[in-house]
Write a protein of this length. Structure first.
Lengths: 355, 109
């Protein structure tokens, strides 16, 4: 069982910054996120896009913002449970909570901060008959363990970065890799596109474009996929490809998911909070910060999430330490003392007489 | 202030005739969100960066529209329920030439 002071759900910018503000108050944090890496949308959807409204940064790439936040919170040694989705919450008699993920990892904390953005990212599934019958039997939407594909026949569908990257990676692992995409053009980093072109020329991967997978078949497990291929304009044929795995990579879409069943007041796919005080939800001890919450006048901006995270941490401190009085200390005055023993502080001014 | 009229069929099949401003730098996706014709979180997920296809619409009238950019073509090529007349709402700025435009919001996917 993982124990912490504040359990944060969602490793986007708001959740990450909450670790910093909590750390200043000597509160420890642990973060759960369904994605395998921290950063939320900033890392998953638009890492290379610039943001212009982060105070103090005239321009910063979303991916850089996440790198900076990770650096900023490092001294506070946050724990991470990545690639797992928070599914259930159990209220304990002493007012604390146990949150369990879809993989059974348990987390115990007196305070929960939901910083879940638009929800947890779930793979977008193509519209194919019997697709769900083959899930776990040859159809996968994310590649978690590449070794699984060693010496197997793999069929990948999609035209974005993840389809390109995995096709390239698996060309060294799998027996055969085929990539099917609806267009001849691919949307990805230039060097991935060039690498794929080279692999195609060497005969290490098969590319079928413009084409799409229209049916799946096999008894017990996936054995073949039917591909509709438009070789020339108006000249379309359908044929079967033998394969052990089909991996459709059509991006991810956020869904509020299991949090919707936690008894929280929800309005328009967002969690209602008290914005005049501390961003607490209708359940004492559970807060919601960033894009996942709603209140009159709510704006879904990263900078607003930072503010909400800061006030939430103050309230959490009072809840955890009801008898302590707190006075705000500026980091310029108090410095930053990490749980790892590190200490950052402003250099002392030199006071010396000039004679 | 100049307004145009746009007819939008929502995902439930209801038709809405909307007065849309052309002087507010707004696009079709934002118009749908402003009027809440699709639930928050199911449209404009990426905020208009051409990084999702949640604002896909079908253009039902014959208005001349700006050409698709490579990004929009690529995004639509990975979207579901795509038809000949599919466009991403975030790539259609509201302009005077779009008066009496008719669109249908594509299903959520």
């Amino acid at each position: 069982m993982i124990k912490t002071d504040i359990l944060i759900i969602g490793a986007g910018p708001t959740g990450l910054f909450a670790v910093f503000e909590a750390g200043l108050l000597q509160l420890k944090c642990h973060i759960i996120d369904a994605l395998p890496q921290p950063g939320g949308q900033c890392a998953e959807i638009y890492p290379k896009k610039p943001i212009y409204d982060i105070p103090g940064f005239p321009e910063i790439l979303a991916g850089e913002l996440i790198d900076n936040l990770m650096e900023q919170i490092k001294p506070f040694q946050p724990g991470f449970t990545l690639g797992e989705q928070a599914t259930t919450i159990d209220h304990q008699e002493d007012g604390t909570f146990i949150v369990t993920t879809n993989k059974g990892t348990q987390h115990h904390a007196p305070i929960i901060a939901i910083a879940g953005g638009l929800g947890s990212f779930e793979p977008r599934k193509p519209l194919l008959d019997k697709l769900e019958d083959y899930e776990e039997n040859g159809v996968e939407y994310m590649i978690k363990d590449p070794e699984r594909y060693r010496d197997k026949k793999v069929l990948i569908a999609g035209g974005g970065d993840s389809a390109l990257d995995w096709t390239i990676f698996l060309s060294d692992v799998a027996k055969e890799v085929t990539l099917v995409h609806r267009r001849n053009e691919f949307r990805g980093a230039l060097d991935s596109v060039e690498k794929l072109q080279a692999l195609k020329n060497q005969g290490k991967v098969s590319l079928i474009t413009p084409a799409e997978v229209v049916a799946l078949g096999g008894s017990q497990k996936l054995e073949w996929a039917t591909v509709r291929h438009e070789e020339n304009k108006g000249d379309t044929s359908e044929y079967n490809i033998e394969t052990d795995h089909f991996i459709p990579l059509f991006g991810l879409s956020p869904k509020l998911g299991p949090i919707a069943d936690w008894g929280l007041e929800i309005e328009r796919n967002a969690i209602k909070v008290n914005n005049s005080l501390d961003y607490q939800t209708n359940i004492p001890g559970i807060y919601a910060i960033g894009d996942v919450n709603t209140y009159p006048g709510k704006l879904k901006l990263i900078l607003c999430g930072f503010h909400e995270a800061t006030l939430m941490c103050q309230s959490a401190y009072q809840k955890i330490n009801p008898n302590k009085r707190y006075v705000l200390k500026y980091t310029t005055v108090g410095g930053v003392q990490g749980f790892d023993g590190s200490k950052k502080e402003a250099p002392k001014a030199v006071v010396k007489a000039i004679v | 202030m100049s307004d145009i009229q746009i007819t939008i069929r929502d995902r439930e099949g209801a038709t809405h005739k909307i007065q849309a401003p052309t002087d507010m730098n707004m696009n079709l996706m934002e118009l749908v969100r402003t009027w809440e014709l699709a639930p928050e979180g199911t449209i404009g997920v990426c905020g208009g960066m051409v990084m999702c296809a949640s604002c896909q619409v079908y253009i039902d009238s014959t208005h001349p529209l700006p050409d698709k950019t490579d990004e929009e073509e690529a995004m639509l090529s990975e979207a579901f329920f795509v038809k000949e007349n599919s466009r991403l709402g975030c790539q259609i700025p509201l302009e005077n030439s779009l008066d009496e435009l008719e669109v249908t919001i594509a299903p959520e996917s």
